[in-house]
Design a protein around this ligand. Structure first.
Ligand code: FES
Ligand code: FES
Length: 225
């Protein structure tokens, strides 16, 4: 009897979910009827890496769970799952956030970016974000488990730095920006090198100044007359 009631409640919610999931034309809709068996299910609408998403998920799920287990965005890693390691770092409205301790319901109507965004947005001629290229050039990843989280913390820091008009970050400032991201392999030296090397690639005025200075020294123009 109890089982029948549960089944009937589940089917009712399932039907409501199906109706809700008709959603916005053009949006990515993830529908999985087998998961609509709980009354505590919510339809979420947000932007993921620039694309509108509608997804149904239990109300108690974290953003990390929705990203990995409903949307198949597995770049964000599930490390400690309690806010200690930084492997799950994503951006919400530009800010670096730990997705394992963020309820998915909190991102309703907001812009979420995962590490997958770095292979599409602002890709350079090599087809990747300049920060990713510098990680590769400097050998800043070993096992790579921490890398997506560190990339997202770093890109949030660098973008905010560019927007603020502040100059090139000191190494200690870069270290502080990724202070919540743990890496068991690299010793951090090459990670800091890579983030520092990405700065002039992301800050147009710095790049222009460096290029002007290089061309002055090539031509012997030191500014003295
Ligand atoms: S998995 Fe989120 S902080 Fe460790
Ligand atoms: S590269 Fe292995 S944990 Fe950082």
């Amino acid at each position: 009897m109890g089982q029948d009631n549960d089944q009937s409640t589940g089917d009712g919610v399932l039907e409501i979910g199906r109706q809700l999931l008709k959603g916005t034309p053009g949006a990515v809709v993830v529908e999985d009827p087998q998961r609509w068996r709980s009354r505590d299910v919510r339809l979420l609408r947000f932007s993921l890496n620039g694309q509108a998403v509608e997804v149904a998920a239990p109300t108690h799920w974290t953003l990390l769970e929705v990203l990995r287990y409903r949307l198949d965005r597995i770049g964000s890693k599930q490390g400690c799952d309690k806010g200690d390691c930084g492997a799950c770092t994503v951006r919400i409205d530009g800010e670096a956030v730990l997705s394992c301790i963020t309820l998915a319901a909190e991102v309703e109507g907001r812009a979420v970016e995962t590490v997958e965004a770095l292979s599409t947005g602002r890709a350079d001629e090599a087809g990747v974000h300049p920060l990713v290229r510098e990680f590769d050039r400097h050998g800043a990843a070993q096992c790579g488990f921490c890398t997506p989280g560190i990339l997202m913390s770093a890109v949030a820091f660098l973008d905010q730095r560019v927007a603020s008009g502040a100059g090139a970050p000191a190494r200690a400032e870069i270290a502080a920006a990724i202070g919540g991201n743990l890496c068991r392999c690299t010793g951090y030296v090459k990670i800091l090198d890579a983030i520092g090397a990405a700065w002039p690639l992301l800050a147009p005025s710095e790049a222009a100044a460096e290029s002007a200075s290089a061309s002055d020294s090539e031509s012997g123009n030191t500014g003295a007359r």
